[in-house]
Write a protein that binds this ligand. Structure first.
Ligand code: ATP
Length: 296
C-alpha cells in the first residue's frame, strides 16, 4: 500500500542500516500504519551542500518521480520528506540486495539466468528510452533484486533526462566542462570518455559489459587503474574466455561497438526490437517472460 503524501520520520520505525553511499545512509524501515517495509535513504543536508551534490540529489528524485508510475523494473519512490537536517527518500525495499554479490558468490550465472536478467534489463531500458532517460551508470551494483528476484534498477543520480529545461541547462554546462566523466570506469562507454554527449546507446554499451560479466564472472575491460581501463575501452581491447556461450558472445559483440549509433538497438524505430529479435532470446516470450530462474 502506498503511504499517503506528507509523511514524516515519525510515521516509520527505523531498523537496521541496509547500506551506505557516499552521501547517504539507507535504512530498513516499517510504516507504522501499514507495517509495510521500505528502504529509506537518508541524506544529511549539510553534507550534500558541502560536497556540492544538490544537482545529483535533485536529479535522482526527479528521475525516480518520472519512473515511479511504471515501477516494474525500477526502485519506486513512494514519498519524500525532510526535517531541518536531513532529506528522506522512501523507496521500495529490494530485499535480495545487489546483483553483484550474487554474481561474485556464484562465480558466474547460467545462460538461462543471464538470458532472463538480460531480458529484464532490456525491458527496463525500453522504459527508460520511452521516458527520455539515460541512466549513464548502469552496473551490477545498481541492479537490485526484489523479494521475488526481479530486478530493480537504482541510482539515478548520474542520469540524464532528455528534452527538459534542466537538461538544456545541463547541456550548456557540459559544453563548458567537457570530458567530465560520469559513471563507473569498467562500464563507461567510449563516447563518455571522449567529448561526445551521452546517448541512449551509452546504456546499451553498459548492457554489453553486464551480459559479459554475468556469463564470465568479470567485466570485459579490466586493468590496474582507471586510466588503463579507459585506454582498453577506447581501443575496444577485450577478449572472450574459452567456452563463452556463442550466441551471448554475438550479442555482446553487437553491443560493445565503439560507434554508439552502430550498437544493436541504437537506431530501432521501436526500441529495442532488434535486441529482442537477437538469437540469444529465441526462447523468450517478450509478452510474458515468466518467473525468474533460480540464481545458482
Ligand atoms: P554512492 O552514492 O556512493 O554511489 P550508492 O548509490 O550505492 O553509493 P545509496 O543509493 O545510498 O548509495 O545506497 C547505499 C547502499 O544501500 C547500497 O549498497 C545499496 O545496495 C543499498 N540500497 C540502496 N537502495 C536500496 C533499496 N531500495 N533496497 C535495498 N537496498 C538498497
Amino acid at each position: 500500500m502506498t503511504p499517503p503524501p506528507k509523511r514524516s520520520a515519525s510515521d516509520f520505525v527505523f531498523g537496521k542500516v541496509i547500506g551506505e553511499g557516499s552521501f547517504s545512509t539507507v535504512y530498513l524501515a516499517k510504516d507504522i500504519h501499514t507495517s509495510k517495509e521500505f528502504a529509506i535513504k537518508v541524506l544529511e543536508k549539510r553534507h550534500i551542500i558541502r560536497e556540492k551534490k544538490m544537482e545529483y540529489v535533485s536529479r535522482e528524485k526527479k528521475v525516480l518521480q518520472i519512473l515511479s508510475p511504471c515501477a516494474s523494473h525500477f526502485v519506486r519512490l513512494y514519498c519524500t520528506f525532510q526535517d531541518p537536517e536531513r532529506l528522506y527518500f522512501v523507496l521500495t525495499y529490494a530485499k535480495n540486495g545487489e546483483l553483484l554479490p550474487h554474481l561474485n558468490k556464484n562465480g558466474s550465472f547460467t545462460i538461462e539466468c543471464t538470458k532472463y536478467y538480460t531480458a529484464e534489463l532490456v525491458l527496463a531500458l525500453e522504459v527508460l528510452n520511452s521516458k527520455g532517460i539515460i541512466h549513464r551508470d548502469l552496473k551490477p551494483e545498481n541492479i537490485l533484486f526484489d523479494e521475488n528476484w526481479h530486478i530493480l534498477i537504482t541510482d539515478f543520480g548520474s542520469a540524464k533526462i532528455l528534452s527538459s529545461n534542466e537538461d538544456r541547462n545541463e547541456d550548456e554546462n557540459n559544453k563548458r566542462r567537457k570530458n567530465s566523466f560520469v559513471g563507473t570506469a569498467q562500464y563507461v562507454s567510449p563516447e563518455l570518455l571522449k567529448d561526445t554527449e551521452a546517448v541512449f546507446a551509452s546504456d546499451l554499451w553498459a548492457l554489453g559489459c553486464i551480459i559479459y560479466q554475468m556469463v564470465s564472472g568479470l567485466p570485459p575491460f579490466r586493468a590496474g587503474s582507471e586510466y588503463l581501463i579507459f585506454q582498453k575501452i577506447l581501443k575496444l581491447e577485450y577478449e572472450f574466455p574459452e567456452g563463452f556461450d556463442q550466441t551471448a558472445k554475438d550479442l555482446v559483440e553487437k553491443l560493445l561497438v565503439l560507434s554508439p549509433s552502430k550498437r544493436l538497438g541504437a537506431t530501432d524505430s521501436q526500441p529495442y526490437t532488434s535486441i529482442r529479435q537477437h538469437e540469444f532470446f529465441s526462447d523468450i516470450d517478450w509478452d510474458n517472460i515468466g518467473p525468474p530462474p533460480r540464481i545458482i
